[in-house]
Design a protein around this ligand. Structure first.
Ligand code: SF4
Ligand code: SF4
Length: 193
């Protein structure tokens, strides 16, 4: 039953050739990102710091991190996780700028040639990158970022890898967004030099 004041959906008279809706069902409309979006991580580390937050990690993911670090899952929980309700999130530490870094965010300094000089560059990388949790593996193709171009652009101001590098098709982005399982080597793993 239509709501008061709302026109019921118009359907043409009962004739098989004209049995069509005058609007596409929402699910069949192309989303705003239908032509694809670009992303390649530049390793700026911005997504792993900032205000306080949560990086959810499942028991299965804790076991993978533990294997990677060659310690036990219990030690991984003790050293790197906090319990929130019946879930675990990674610990955070405050950096010199007062931001909340994920416990696995590491700053690396490298010396690179620049013309006839050498410059020191800093990169912030993930100490457990090959086994980072699903939440990190699926960034930036989260439901929230894909919900509108405005939100995508707002996130891109902080994530320097958005709108540059590898092109992702709509299907690829949606597969990453909807991933319930831990993809071994998700295409979001590519990093800029
Ligand atoms: S686990 Fe790694 S990728 Fe995820 S928030 Fe922490 S440092 Fe960043
Ligand atoms: S480019 Fe984006 S995904 Fe990569 S570290 Fe920076 S904020 Fe995170």
């Amino acid at each position: 039953m239509p709501e008061a004041g709302v026109e019921p959906t118009r359907v043409s008279p009962v004739c098989s050739s004209e049995m069509k809706l005058d609007v596409l069902p929402t699910s069949e409309k192309d989303p705003w990102y239908a032509q694809g979006l670009r992303f390649t991580c530049t390793q700026c580390g911005n997504c792993c710091t900032g205000g306080p937050g949560f990086v959810w990690i499942s028991l299965e993911e804790i076991a993978r991190v533990a294997d990677h670090l060659r310690i036990t899952p219990e030690q991984t929980i003790e050293r790197y996780c906090r319990k929130i309700g019946d879930r675990y999130s990674l610990l955070e530490s405050r950096n010199a700028r007062g931001e909340h870094d994920c416990i696995f965010l590491k700053e690396e300094l490298s010396d690179r040639p620049f013309g006839d000089k050498r410059v020191t560059q800093s990169k912030r990388t993930c100490a457990v990158y090959p086994v980072r949790p699903l939440q990190c593996r699926t960034w930036p193709f989260w439901d929230s970022n894909l919900s509108s171009s405005e939100i995508w652009e707002m996130s891109a101001k902080r994530c320097h890898g958005m709108n540059r590098g590898r092109q992702f098709s709509k299907d690829e982005m949606e597969a990453i967004r909807d991933a319930a399982e831990w993809p071994e080597n998700p295409p979001t793993s590519d990093q800029a030099d």
